[in-house]
Structure formats: structure tokens, C-alpha cells
Design a protein around this ligand. Sequence first.
Ligand SMILES: Nc1ncnc2c1ncn2[C@@H]1O[C@H](COP(=O)(O)OP(=O)(O)O)[C@@H](O)[C@H]1O
Ligand SMILES: [Mg+2]
Length: 264
Amino acid sequence: MIEVKNITFSYQNHKVFNNLSFSIKKGEYLCIIGKNGSGKSTLAKLLAGLIFSQEGSIKISGYDTKNPKDLLEIRKLVGIIFQNPENQIITTTVFDEVIFGLENLATPREQIKEIAEKSLKTVGLFEYKDRLTYQLSGGEKQRLAIASILAMGTDILIFDEATSMLDPVGKKQILKLMKELNSQGKTIIHITHDRNDILEASKVMVLSKGEMKYQDVPYKIFEDDEFTPFLIKIKDILEKNNIKIEDKNINIKDLVRIVYENIS
Ligand SMILES: Nc1ncnc2c1ncn2[C@@H]1O[C@H](COP(=O)(O)OP(=O)(O)O)[C@@H](O)[C@H]1O
Ligand SMILES: [Mg+2]
């Protein structure tokens, strides 16, 4: 449902993508992982039709981000939750924030309340509906941003390092929500530079210097030289916890599972 074909993108003189192609299926939970400057945020903005490639095309459910007539539809299909919780809240109260987009879409009054309440319940903020937005914690602000996107009926949610500024509890809640939304059929694209975020995803895509290195099962990155420090960390954790791995030929997948079960 997301088709990226041969895109080339540069900021002024700085080239970020050269002939990049990939596709993402409907209902997938994809983690896009890459180091700082690898082009993750640029890709998120390209997918949402906020910026446009110089060459190639991006199609979302058949709609072309470069076709001005398709953009309204794409805005409804794709939502981004950005890194900084402070930068995406517009209104004063929680309820007003969720209905903001709906009012702009001229949704009938009776429906607005129903949709807003349902979205707030999904993210666990229904009890907070009359609160002032500036009083929310970072994690609550991110959940409110998610509710606003859900209220629009959006199918594809892109989280651009949306948990990186949160405390561990806030982060855990957002990760849990990603999983829940995915099980309800939403397509989740979680952009992160944190390797620990990938375990729940159905697929991982590694971006490296503007190129897609591969798309594979999450465990694949543990065999990736670029992520070797993680293997060293695993070894440390194993030793500290006296975890003995009897099978010398254990595969990475089982090894990671054992560690994961022992530390979570
Ligand atoms: N507005 C901009 N103008 C010029 N260069 C930019 C701009 N935004 C990002 N870049 C550069 O493009 C590259 C990719 O940036 P970005 O997509 O933000 O990477 P990431 O999100 O993976 O850290 C980086 O080298 C960055 O410095
Ligand atoms: Mg970024």
C-alpha cells in the first residue's frame, strides 16, 4: 500500500536519497532504524507528502504524493507523531485538540463527539478530556497526538523517534499502544535509532547513509556489523546474569529471545 519508487531527494546541495525504492504492506508493523543523519525524518516527511522528491514517485494506496489532487486523501491516510511532544499540540484542552482536525474536515457535530471520545479511550486519555494540554506529561502529549490522528480515521501512523524524549514509563505506554493499534489493523512505521525498539515489530528496515540496506525480520540486525556493539552488550548481560548458553550453534533469534526474557 506504500510504494516508493526510485526516489532521489536533496536539500539544496545535500543529497539524502539516491534512487531509493521499497514498499510497505498494509497492516505491517515496520521499524525503520538508522543512525543520526541517515535520512529517517526526511523519509517520514516524504511519505506523508510534507516534502517531495526531485525524482521518482511515492504512492500511498494508489494516491501519488506529488499529485496536488491526491494530497487531501494522503493527509487523511498518513499521520506523523514527531519527536518533541511540545511541538504538536495546538489547542488548550484535550478534547479540543482531538476535535480540531475533525472540525477542519467539516464532520457533522453529532459524530465529532463520538469519534473524539472513542479516540481518547483508545489512547487511555478519556478521563483527561477536560484537562489543559499544557499540564500533560510528555507521554500523555504524545498519546493525545495519536488520538488526534486516529480521530481523522488515519490508517498509517508514522512515529518519528516519538518515544526518544519520554521517560521509561511514557515510552513503554507508547510502544504498547503501537502494538495494540497494529493488532487493530493500523499500519505502524516506527522510526527509531534505538535497537531495543525493534523486537515487537514484524519487520525491520535499515537505513544507512540514505540507502536501504535491507528489509527483513527484526532479528536480522543482530547479525549486522553496523550493530556489533549490541552483540557485545548481549555478551555483557549474559555474563552478569550468569546465563549459560549450552548450544554453541544457537542462532541469533533464540539468543536474543533468551536475553530478552531474562532482562524484561
Ligand atoms: N532542512 C534541511 N536542510 C538541509 N539539510 C538537511 C535538512 N534537514 C536534514 N538535513 C540533512 O539531511 C540528512 C538527513 O537528515 P534527517 O532525515 O533528519 O536524518 P535522521 O532523521 O535520520 O537523523 C542529514 O545529513 C541532515 O543534516
Ligand atoms: Mg530524525
